[in-house]
Design a protein around this ligand. Structure first.
Ligand code: ATP
Ligand code: MG
Ligand code: MG
Ligand code: MG
Length: 562
């Protein structure tokens, strides 16, 4: 018997109005349906119904991990900076890492991911090749000081992730676990009711080379995906560098003034970038062959800049690369440059869709110059984009573009962490070898948003049964009378006895309010108990996802239960 949830006692405050700062459907509906509340920017509290959904998603993930012999553990959220110094990521990770000190002055961070901690956890006790392979995982809050937290659970600063890590003595063994994980990820997406696509991806901050992202397809997704009918699919960071058949429109060079902009910090201020962002650059040649630099405000995670359309050949450079190219570190404008391109920003000065090209004069820049016509690029980094109609690298057919929500990613890490952190095992010959590692993440709370993006309509959420906060909502249209209420109570009890999760709307509300809220909260099945129905010995059923209504007699209902 499951516990019947009574709406009269349930803490699920609903909202009639769409909250101001919620601009995508999942964010709006999760707030409106009383599933969660914002506590601060990028920080959310889950209310009883929302938390039930999270636990269901977690359990599906847990079952699929257990099924491939991954073992659940729990590591601390707070991590010592020493381990991050060992891996080299204390310096590399950038401002997304939430850093702090304890009262003794020891550096700490709130874990955005746990490669360091887990490598340290096993390095002194996982000793022999005979103990390998080993996969450990946890489901836990992660912290990332996102440059722009937004869209509710989609990009928050604290979020729930399942993170798994595997340790191997050979590449073949890593490949086996990676394949098992990939299959498990596909099953997780299916069980969550997600229309998804695995795509080739870039390994970003984590390191490693072989990696695949799992995207829930949705227009609200932040990622741009390219795919081809031949099965090839990649996110736009990777799809990159495909031949672009599209010609650039001729644009007029327009002079704009950027007075007082001489340093990276001044440029960031001029471009109205958040303080935490950094400005990077790439280097090329202008039409006369003079060295030039393009600069972009932003963070390590370029997709957060939400580039509408990045120009061909646009790329990023680190300070070191700038230095290697003989350009003064931390300088912009004409400083150290004889002539040429200088600043990149988009028209709203928030991203990189449009860009500004510098004139030969200090403090003056042009808008709308064109690569090839006005300059060429020498130094390439890994950022480019792809668009509709570009050529598929596998089969040569034109690719099509769509948007996705990254709900998970699997990586083959290799020995980056084990080598940096001295995590070794003894092989068959008694020789020390660094572990070959893999890591695998699922954004549990982001999945909840992705599910709502795909399973909702103008009336509200339509949860897939696998993750719904309850399966059935019993709706007595009158409460407190001795005809309808006893029937509703009986139906709720009988279903609960069968293990069905039932919510009983026992509030003294108008039927219209009850119907609207049931549709908003998204119970997969509604059972309506009204006066006339009871007189006719009938119950009314409504399937939320299809809107399909039917009537069944008490007898048919009893048969169905049996
Ligand atoms: P993104 O590209 O969206 O920034 P990521 O590639 O940085 O995500 P990973 O390091 O691969 O994220 O983390 C594993 C999973 O954690 C992601 O696939 C995603 O589902 C989830 N995730 C990452 N960042 C966030 C966030 N800020 N809010 C909610 N979920 C997140
Ligand atoms: Mg990220
Ligand atoms: Mg990503
Ligand atoms: Mg990722």
């Amino acid at each position: 018997m499951t516990q019947i949830m009574r709406m009269s006692a349930l803490y699920a405050p609903t909202l009639k109005e769409v909250p101001n700062d919620a601009d995508i459907v999942s964010h709006q509906l999760l707030l409106r349906a009383g599933m969660m509340r914002k506590s601060a920017t990028g920080l959310y509290s889950f209310l009883p119904l929302g938390w039930r959904v999270i636990k269901k998603i977690e359990n599906i993930v847990r079952q699929e991990m257990d099924a491939i012999d991954a073992q659940e553990i729990m590591m601390p959220e707070l991590q010592p900076s020493e381990l991050w110094h060992e891996s080299g990521r204390w310096d590399d990770y950038g401002p997304e890492l939430m850093r702090m000190e304890d009262r003794h002055g020891h550096g700490l961070c709130l874990g955005p991911t746990h490669e360091e901690l887990i490598t340290d956890l096993v390095r002194n006790e996982l000793k022999s090749y005979k103990q390998l392979p080993l996969t450990l995982y946890q489901i836990q809050s992660k912290f990332r000081d996102e440059i722009r937290p937004r869209f509710g659970l989609m990009r928050s600063r604290e979020f729930i992730m399942k993170d798994a890590y595997s340790f191997h003595a050979s590449q073949e063994s890593l490949q086996q676990t990676y394949d098992d994980m990939s299959d498990a990820y596909a099953r997780i997406c299916e069980r969550l009711g997600l229309d998804f696509r695995p795509v080739q991806a870039d390994s970003g901050q984590i390191g490693g080379s072989v990696t695949c992202e799992y995207h829930a397809l949705a227009d609200a997704g932040e990622a741009e995906l390219a795919s081809c009918t031949c099965g090839w699919a990649a996110n736009s960071e990777v799809a990159a560098c495909l031949p672009h058949p599209t010609e650039y429109a001729e644009t007029e060079l327009k002079k704009i003034e950027t007075p007082g902009v001489h340093t990276i910090a001044e440029l960031a201020a001029f471009l109205n970038c958040p303080e935490s962002s950094t400005v990077k650059a790439m280097v090329g040649k202008d039409a006369e062959g003079n060295p030039i630099a393009l600069f972009v405000p932003g963070d390590h995670e370029l997709n957060e800049l939400k580039a509408e359309r990045v120009i061909d050949g646009f790329a990023l450079m680190s300070d070191e690369e700038l230095e290697a190219a003989g350009l003064p570190k931390g300088s912009i404008g004409c400083v150290g440059l004889p002539a040429g391109v200088r600043i990149v920003a988009d028209s709203s000065l928030q991203g990189i869709a449009h860009w500004v090209v510098g004139a030969n004069e200090d403090g003056f820049h042009y808008v709308g110059a064109e690569q090839g016509r006005d300059f060429t690029v020498d130094v390439w980094a890994d950022l480019c984009t792809v668009r509709e109609g570009d050529t598929c690298p596998e089969c040569g057919k034109p690719v099509s573009m769509c948007r996705g929500i990254e709900v998970g990613q699997v990586f083959q890490l290799g020995t980056k962490y084990s080598q940096n952190m001295g995590a070794t095992y003894l092989d068959e010959n008694g020789k020390e070898q660094p572990f070959i590692m893999g890591c695998y993440g699922v954004g549990v709370s982001r999945c909840m948003a992705a599910i709502v993006e795909q399973h909702s309509d103008e009336y509200g959420i339509a949860w897939p049964a696998s993750v719904a906060p309850a399966h059935v909502c019993v709706l007595p249209l009158v409460v407190g009378d001795d005809v309808v209420q006893p029937v509703a109570e009986r139906v709720a009890r009988e279903l609960a006895e069968l293990g069905v999760e039932v919510v009983l709307d026992d509030r003294k509300e108008r039927p219209g309010v009850k119907f609207a809220e049931a549709d908003l909260m998204g119970w997969p099945l509604q059972i309506v108990v009204g006066k006339r129905g009871v007189a006719n010995q009938e119950l009314e059923l409504k399937v939320r996802s299809t809107g399909e209504k039917s009537t069944i007699s008490f007898d048919e209902y009893a048969e169905a239960l049996a």
